[in-house]
Design a protein around this ligand. Structure first.
Ligand SMILES: *Cc1c(COP(=O)(O)O)cnc(C)c1O
Length: 382
C-alpha cells in the first residue's frame, strides 16, 4: 500500500529506520554491531542510567506498582506525583506546576487550552513540531515570525491587535542549539498584554545551572509566562510539566485534554524524575561538567576550522550540502565507532549531523570525535 512512496523516500535519501539499543542509554551504547560512542541522546546529564534514579524507580514499583491505572482526574495520581509537582515549582520558582505524559502531550494539550476565540498566536518559524501541532489544534489564527527575529514579531504584533497575543517559542532550538531571546520576548508579551509560552525541553537541567532558560536570562517567573519543561531529556526519565501561576494550573486541570483523557505517568517514572530534580536542586556538578565538555568540544572544532552554526548549547550541528552528504558523514563516523545521527527534512531545512553532548562523555570521547571529523573533512566528506 505504501511501497511506492517508501521507495521514493529511499531514493531521496529520506528513508528513516529505527536503531534500538541492547544497553542502557549512555556515552557508549550497544546496538548489536559493536559498541558505539554516542553523541545522539538528549540524556545531557547521564541521568537515564543513574543509580539514584534506578533505586527510586525500583522502590516506587514496590510501593505503588507499575501502572497508574487511571487519568490524574480519577485515581491515577499518587503522593509521588504531588511531591514532584511541588519540587518542580521550586526548581522553576513558580506558584504551581502540573505533570503531563510527554512534552508532546503538554504542548498539544496546553496551547489549545490557553487560547480561544480571543487569541492570536505568534510562533517562531523553527518551533518544535509539537508546538506547531498545539497551535493548529487551538484553531486560533497563527502568525509565524522569522526565527528569533523580535523586530519581525513586534511588527506582526502591532499589525494584529484586538485579540490577546500568545507568543510561543522553544527556549533552545533542538536542531541548531541556539537560544531564544527570552528577555525581549518577555518584554513584548508584557507590552502587548499577552502570554509568553516557553518550551524549555532542552533548557531544563541544562541552562541556568539546571533551572532552565528563564534563570539563564535572570528572568523571574511572572503570571503571564507559562513554562513547559520535559522530564525526558536532561532529567533522564519521561514526562513533562508546566510551571506557571496557580490559576493557570487550575485552568489546565479543567481544560487540557491530554491531561484529562490520558492515563497518568507510572509511579516508577515519577519517582525517577523526583530523584533527578533532587540531584539538580542540590548539586550543580553534572550541569557544570556538561558545559565543560561543551567548551572542550567547541575549542577542538574551532581550532580544526569546523563551523558549528548558531549553537550556544550542548546541541552542536554540522551543516552539510545535501541529504547524501549528511548520511555519508554519519556513516563515516559510525564506521569508526562514533554515533552521530544525520538529520534531514522535514526535521530541518539544511541537512546536518547533530552532535549532542552529555556530562558523562570523557575527554577522550571528545578528542576522538574532533579527530575523526577532521579526517572526514580531509577525505572531502564536507
Ligand atoms: C523533545 C521535545 C519535545 C517533546 O518532548 P517529549 O517528552 O519527548 O515528548 C517538545 N518540545 C521540544 C522543543 C523538544 O525538543
Amino acid at each position: 500500500m505504501f511501497g511506492k512512496r517508501l521507495d521514493e523516500l529511499e531514493e531521496a535519501c529520506l528513508l528513516r529506520e529505527i536503531t534500538d539499543r541492547l544497553s542502557p542509554q549512555g556515552r557508549v551504547i550497544e546496538t548489536g554491531k559493536g559498541p558505539l560512542t554516542s553523541f545522539a541522546s538528549n540524556d545531557y546529564l547521564g541521568l537515564c542510567n543513574h543509580p539514584l534514579l534506578k533505586e527510586a524507580a525500583a522502590r516506587a514499583v514496590e510501593e505503588y506498582g507499575t501502572g497508574a491505572g487511571a487519568s490524574r482526574l480519577l485515581s491515577g495520581g499518587t503522593a509521588l506525583h504531588r511531591e514532584l509537582e511541588i519540587l518542580l515549582s521550586r526548581l522553576k520558582g513558580t506558584e504551581a506546576s502540573l505533570l503531563f505524559n510527554s512534552g508532546y502531550a503538554a504542548n498539544t494539550g496546553v496551547i489549545p487550552a490557553i487560547s480561544g476565540e480571543d487569541t492570536f498566536i505568534f510562533s517562531d518559524e523553527l518551533n518544535h513540531a509539537s508546538l506547531i501541532e498545539g497551535c493548529r489544534l487551538s484553531r486560533s489564527p497563527v502568525f509565524v515570525y522569522r526565527h528569533n527575529d523580535t523586530d519581525h514579531l513586534e511588527s506582526l504584533l502591532s499589525d494584529h491587535r484586538g485579540r490577546r497575543p500568545l507568543i510561543v517559542t522553544d527556549s533552545v532550538f533542538s536542531m541548531d542549539g541556539d537560544i531564544a531571546p527570552l528577555d525581549r520576548l518577555r518584554d513584548l508579551a508584557l507590552d502587548y498584554g499577552g502570554i509568553l509560552y516557553v518550551d524549555d525541553a532542552h533548557g531544563t537541567g541544562v541552562l541556568g545551572g539546571g533551572r532552565g532558560a528563564l534563570s539563564h536570562f535572570g528572568l523571574p517567573p511572572e503570571p503571564f509566562i507559562i513554562q513547559m519543561g520535559t522530564l525526558s531529556k536532561a532529567l533522564g526519565s519521561c514526562g513533562a510539566f508546566v510551571a506557571a501561576s496557580g490559576e493557570v494550573v487550575r485552568w489546565l486541570v479543567n481544560r487540557a485534554r491530554t491531561l484529562i483523557f490520558s492515563t497518568a505517568l507510572p509511579p516508577p517514572v515519577v519517582a525517577a524524575s523526583l530523584a533527578a530534580v533532587r540531584i539538580i536542586l542540590h548539586d550543580d556538578t553534572l550541569v557544570r561538567m556538561l558545559w565543560e565538555k561543551r567548551a572542550l568540544l567547541l575549542r577542538g572544532l574551532s581550532s580544526a576550522g569546523i563551523a558549528t552554526g548558531r549553537s550556544a548549547t550542548p546541541i552542536i550541528p554540522i551543516e552539510l550540502r545535501d541529504n547524501p552528504a549528511a548520511l555519508r558523514l554519519s556513516g563515516f563516523l559510525r564506521d569508526r565507532g562514533l554515533y552521530v545521527p544525520a538529520v534531514r527534512r522535514p526535521a530541518v531545512r539544511t541537512p546536518r549531523v547533530r552532535i549532542t553532548l552529555s556530562a558523562v562523555h570523557t575527554h577522550e570521547d571528545i578528542g576522538l570525535l574532533v579527530k575523526t571529523l577532521e579526517e572526514a573533512r580531509n577525505c572531502g566528506l564536507f
